[in-house]
Design a protein around this ligand. Structure first.
Ligand code: PRP
Ligand code: MN
Ligand code: MG
Length: 179
C-alpha cells in the first residue's frame, strides 16, 4: 500500500492538531444549539470519528451514504443516495461533515436536499478543500486544509475503495490510476 504513495501531504500530527482546532471552534459556535453531525459516508468516517470527540458539547450523529465517483478518478456529476438519514431534521442545527470538497457536486446536492427538510440551520465542515476543481459554488463554514489539485488518499479518502485506512493524507502515484 505504501509503495503506491508518492508523498505525504498532511501527516498524522498535523491532522490531529487541526481537528482539535476545528473541534474547539465548533464547540464555541454551537453553544446552546441542537447540534447534529451528519457524516457523508464513506470518505468522512475517519474525520467524523475524530472530530466528534474534539467537540465538547451534547450532540447527535447520523450518517448518509452517497456516491459520485464510482471507480474512476474524476467525478461523474451524478450523485446517488445510497443511504438516507434516520433522524427527522426539524429543530436540529446540522453540520455536514465531509472529507473533501472537490467539484462541489456532492455537497451542493446534499445541502439542497437537507435544507428542504427544514432543519434550524445547515452548515458544512470539510477536512479538505480543493478549490481548483470547483464546478458548482459551495461555501463551507469550516475547512481543515486547502489542498492542490493532486489525487489525495488516506484518512478515509479512497481510490477505487482502497487506501482509506492510511493514517495520513497522501498523494497517489499517477501510475496507480493510469495503468
Ligand atoms: C468523494 C468525497 C466527497 C466527494 C467530493 O466521495 O468523499 O464525498 O467525492 O467530490 P465532489 O465535490 O466532486 O462531489 P465519493 O463519491 O468518492 O464516495 P466515498 O466517500 O464513498 O469515497
Ligand atoms: Mn464521499
Ligand atoms: Mg470515493
Amino acid at each position: 500500500m505504501k509503495d503506491d504513495v508518492l508523498k505525504t501531504l498532511i501527516g498524522e500530527e498535523e491532522l490531529k492538531e487541526r481537528v482539535r482546532e476545528l473541534g474547539e471552534q465548533i464547540t464555541r459556535d454551537y453553544q446552546g444549539k441542537n447540534l447534529l453531525l451528519v457524516s457523508v459516508l464513506k470518505g468522512s468516517i475517519a474525520f467524523m470519528a475524530d472530530l466528534m470527540r474534539a467537540i465538547d458539547l451534547p450532540l447527535s450523529i447520523d450518517f448518509m451514504a452517497v456516491s459520485s465517483y464510482g471507480a474512476g478518478v474524476k467525478t461523474s456529476g451524478v450523485v446517488k443516495i445510497i443511504k438516507d438519514l434516520d433522524i427527522d431534521l426539524k429543530g436540529y442545527d446540522l453540520l455536514i461533515v465531509e472529507d473533501i470538497l472537490d467539484s462541489g457536486m456532492t455537497l451542493s446536492y446534499i445541502m439542497e436536499m437537507l435544507e428542504a427538510r427544514e432543519p434550524s440551520s445547515v452548515k458544512i465542515c470539510t477536512l479538505l478543500d480543493k478549490p481548483e476543481r470547483r464546478q458548482v459554488s459551495v461555501a463551507p463554514a469550516y475547512v481543515g486544509f486547502t489542498v492542490p489539485d493532486e489525487f489525495v488518499i488516506g484518512y478515509g479518502l479512497d481510490y477505487d475503495e482502497k487506501y482509506r485506512n492510511l493514517p495520513y493524507i497522501g498523494v497517489l502515484k499517477p501510475e496507480v490510476y493510469t495503468k
